[in-house]
Ligand binder design. Structure first.
Ligand SMILES: NC(=O)c1ccc[n+]([C@@H]2O[C@H](COP(=O)([O-])OP(=O)(O)OC[C@H]3O[C@@H](n4cnc5c(N)ncnc54)[C@H](OP(=O)(O)O)[C@@H]3O)[C@@H](O)[C@H]2O)c1
Length: 265
């Protein structure tokens, strides 16, 4: 986000702002922002099941605090949300007007975060992304799926990857550019799905990474039941959009990512 917005962006980290505290969020006023992009989240989906208080404190109360401050200073409030607001039972991709029905605590807290963003901000965008990969990597999760697959392929002869969960990979650079475009075109308040075009399983995603990089490793498709986890995950959380923003396929985006990271010469 900071790379795309350039010198007009004031990057604030967790050390600068604790979103769960309204007092701390008041510091946002000091930078007099025209736009606040709230990327803060507690997103370790399995941990969230055991820590609902922290999950709601960051993802929901945090969204409420930021929305209140944004509204007081007349700033546009952009809340980054997730495909996990959906239950995954739909056939085909989810659009902005599909009804959320989250099936894990993380998803519930993010959906509630969307509701407070909508009802307490003056101007707002809810920007839903999914299965992020980006040059910076997720600080909380450590890297991203693409890097994990590349590293693992040099450590083992055979990889097992889940093939019964469908999602839409999102290149962070593309999502950030779309947010910038929404801001610049002064788009109306609302929900925007910002995933790259198309959908795949984690197995398909892994195979495509290895195909592009010409990495020879055996990949075995497995069921998510082989990796039991605390939180339920939607079987299909692919996103598509009714917005008119330019979108490219996740494969094209992946190629650019691999080039930027120096994996593809
Ligand atoms: N990664 C994905 O695949 C994915 C999918 C869908 C949606 N999203 C959404 O995308 C957004 C960005 O997530 P990310 O995956 O890029 O993870 P990330 O790099 O870990 O970003 C989350 C940031 O929130 C900060 N943070 C955590 N608790 C906070 C608090 N109480 N107050 C202020 N800041 C706090 C973290 O700082 P510390 O690490 O220092 O605590 C971290 O810098 C989130 O809204 C997430 O829900 C991510």
């Amino acid at each position: 986000m900071v790379r795309v917005f350039g010198s007009s962006a004031v990057p604030l980290t967790h050390q600068d702002i604790e979103v769960a505290s309204l007092d701390s969020c008041l510091k946002l006023k000091e930078v007099k922002p025209e736009v606040i992009i709230n990327c803060a989240a507690y997103h370790k989906t399995d941990e969230c099941e055991d820590n609902p208080e922290k999950t709601f404190a960051v993802n929901t109360i945090g969204a409420f605090n930021v929305a209140k401050v944004a509204s007081e200073i007349g700033a546009l409030n952009v809340y980054i949300s997730t495909d996990y607001v959906f239950d995954g039972k739909k056939e085909g991709p989810y659009y902005e007007d599909d009804q959320p029905n989250p099936i894990n605590i993380y998803g519930v807290s993010k959906f509630a975060g969307e509701v407070v963003t909508k009802n307490y901000s003056g101007r707002y965008y809810i920007a839903r992304v999914s299965s992020l990969f980006g040059v910076a990597g997720a600080s909380g999760k450590g890297g991203n799926f693409v890097e994990t697959m590349i590293t693992k392929s040099s450590e083992v002869d055979k990889l097992k990857v889940v093939n019964d969960i469908v999602m839409s990979p999102t290149f962070t650079l593309d999502a950030a550019k779309k947010i910038k475009a929404l801001v610049e075109m002064n788009a109306t308040n609302g929900i925007y799905h910002l995933a790259n075009e198309g959908a795949c399983t984690w197995y398909d995603f892994a195979c495509t990474i290895f195909e592009i990089l010409d990495i020879d490793v055996e990949v075995e498709p497995i069921s998510s039941k082989e990796f039991p986890s605390k939180a339920k995950r939607p079987e299909n959380s692919s996103l598509a959009s009714k917005n008119k923003l330019e979108n490219r396929s996740w494969k094209e985006a992946l190629e650019e990512y691999l080039q930027l990271k120096g994996h593809l010469k």
